[in-house]
Design a protein around this ligand. Structure first.
Ligand SMILES: Cc1ncc(COP(=O)(O)O)c(C=O)c1O
Length: 383
């Protein structure tokens, strides 16, 4: 339920095996490349893309920055973001480009925990090149109508860039239906694996117009051994997003995430979403029933697997400016509940491995805490 998911035991076993092979010197490089392609195929299947549209990165920031750095910017081009709702991973890369190329960042203000659709559309002027948004925000955790925005971006020739850090592996994702050009994800949350590995999806027709900032051996079409020089002067870039691959891969993290990808595909992404979203909805209702200020009130259409508690979005992380919320957080943590505080809100995040007993336990602890309060906690449910 916290800032990262539990490491799936199937991934743990695969990683242990790999580490043993490394320690014993029995690793076979061809086998590693096979593992990389297997992982790429599974991730592509998860998001409804082709394998050639998927590259490996270090994390979400790396993916967004790699895409941004490959566009041919001109001073005065613009990018639309909603800074109050986006994680720094989806903000800094754009400001990096602003510093370097003089592009303009157009910031849309949040309203009730959402980036207002109309305001985003209004902010996309004729110099707009990209709109960057999280499919599920890290706080307060609402989904965004990505498909509607995708259609709007396409009409205007704007690249829709999606930060899928919170959504991947939980929210059923279809890059075709969503109409996104770029999606960046990492593996330590809904994919139940390790830090330090990310995926970058770039639509083939977009990727093939791009020249990544880094020219690398793995980013060009190769024949022969990986260590052979190839043609660094005029060798063709690898097809699709493969041109964003760099050098040797994070093999341990790739091996560690593949079993979770397989599991989610077997269960079906929709079933995983239904499970996690259903638990979150029930949890939110139960917290509201005991008088806690679930952000946004009763879960509505844009609710996700994340439930946040607190009256207003703020600026604190891992501590809350609202002292009663900080006290509730301490009470839950002291009793072994794993949650986080993001933007001043207590954040509960549900995954595949949670079940109703988790809800029962947290509800019991929260009820206990509410009873122990001299004054009732605030009842306002929205901000
Ligand atoms: C919405 C969102 N984006 C990105 C990240 C992480 O970014 P990175 O993978 O670059 O560290 C997080 C949190 O870990 C997040 O919640």
């Amino acid at each position: 339920m916290s800032a990262r998911a539990l490491f799936y035991d199937g991934g743990r076993r695969a990683l242990d095996q790999h580490l043993n092979d490394m320690a014993e010197g029995t690793v076979d490089k061809k086998g590693l490349f096979t593992a990389v392609e297997e992982c790429r195929d599974h991730f592509a299947a998860l998001i409804g893309s082709h394998s050639d549209e998927v590259a490996f990165t270090r994390n979400v920031t790396d993916g967004i920055a790699a895409f941004g750095a490959a566009l041919d910017w001109r001073a005065g081009d613009s990018v639309v973001v909603c800074e109050e709702l986006e994680h720094p991973a989806n903000i800094y890369p754009w400001y990096g480009l602003a510093r370097k190329h003089g592009i303009i960042i157009k910031n849309v203000r949040q309203k009730d925990g959402m980036a207002p659709f109309g305001d985003i559309v209004d902010a996309m002027d004729e110099r707009c090149r990209a709109m960057a948004i999280s499919a599920v925000s890290f706080a307060p955790g609402f989904r965004f109508p990505v498909a509607e925005l995708g259609a709007e971006c396409r009409r205007r020739g704007v690249h829709l860039v999606v930060d899928a850090a919170q959504s991947i592996g939980v929210l059923a994702t279809d890059v075709e239906a969503w109409g996104v050009d770029v999606l960046a994800a990492s593996t330590q949350k809904g994919l139940m694996a390790l830090y330090g590995l990310g995926f970058l999806y770039v639509r083939r027709s977009v990727a093939e117009q791009l020249q990544p900032a880094l020219l690398s051996r793995f980013g060009v079409e190769q024949e022969g051994h990986e260590a052979s020089l190839g043609d660094p002067i005029s060798g063709r870039l690898a097809p699709g997003a493969r041109r964003f691959d760099v050098g040797n891969y994070n093999y341990p993290a790739i091996i560690a995430v593949t079993p979770a990808l397989k599991l989610i595909l077997e269960l079906t992404p929709q079933a995983v979403e239904d499970h996690a979203f259903g638990l979150a909805r029930e949890f939110a209702d139960r917290l509201l029933a005991i008088g806690l200020p679930v952000y946004g009130g009763r879960p509505g259409h844009w609710a996700s697997h994340i439930v946040t508690v607190g009256a207003a979005l703020g600026y604190d992380h891992d501590s809350a400016a609202d002292l009663s919320m900080a006290a509730l957080y301490e009470h839950l943590v002291a009793n072994g509940v794993r949650l986080s505080i993001r933007r001043d809100l207590l954040r509960f995040s549900f995954g595949l491995y949670n079940d109703r007993s988790d809800i029962d336990r947290v509800e019991r602890l929260a009820r206990e805490w509410v009873r122990g309060q001299n004054t009732a906690p605030r009842m306002t449910a929205t901000a």
